[in-house]
Design a protein around this ligand. Structure first.
Ligand code: PNS
Length: 164
């Protein structure tokens, strides 16, 4: 069984992430979307559990996609899950250098683990979770940025944070 992992912060999941998930899911028997706990990053808009719930909601019709959360080293997590491939989305050439370094490092840590760099679809290259949060703070329409099932969650959380 070919298992791949798509790791990320997903705070929140965007249409760009969902596009990568759908394209990667057809290439593998199982795709695990894994929310990685990053102790270096300050508290996000959503808790890790909430991010998992939002991803589950938007991927529920994709039968071979699982959603998980991990605080383990990615190479070790992949070993535990018997995954052979990491999926990373590339939005711009500037992402490449960092991803190349991580791919080599992860292969050093786990020689059975390869990385597939998947260019994002042209219409999503400008989308990131940070941009989504910024747009939401200004009350912009999020329908071109995040899956419609989670638009209200994002707007509501941003409102709560502002104390409105
Ligand atoms: O959505 P993001 O924040 O761009 O995702 C970045 C992420 C989590 C995919 C990236 O930071 C990553 O691959 N982290 C791996 C953590 C790890 O195992 N590091 C050690 C070797 S690189």
């Amino acid at each position: 069984m070919k298992i791949a992992i798509y790791p990320g912060s997903f705070d929140p999941i965007t249409l760009g992430h969902l596009n990568i998930i759908k394209r990667a899911a057809v290439c593998f028997d199982k795709l695990i979307v894994c929310v990685l706990v990053n102790s270096e990053k300050r508290a996000g808009l959503f808790s890790y559990e909430e991010r998992v719930e939002l991803i589950c909601r938007v991927t529920q019709k994709l039968p071979n996609v699982e959603v998980d959360c991990s605080a383990t080293l990615l190479a070790e997590y992949a070993r535990e899950k018997k995954a052979c491939t990491l999926i990373k989305g590339l939005r711009a050439v500037s992402d490449y250098e960092n991803e190349m370094q991580m791919a080599l490092l992860n292969r050093k840590l786990n020689p059975r683990l390869d990385t597939m760099l998947m260019p994002s679809s042209g219409k999503y290259t400008y989308i990131s979770s940070s941009v989504v949060k910024e747009m939401a703070r200004y009350g912009a329409d999020l329908s071109d940025f995040v899956p419609r099932e989670i638009i209200d969650d994002v707007n509501e959380r941003v409102r709560q944070r502002r104390g409105i």
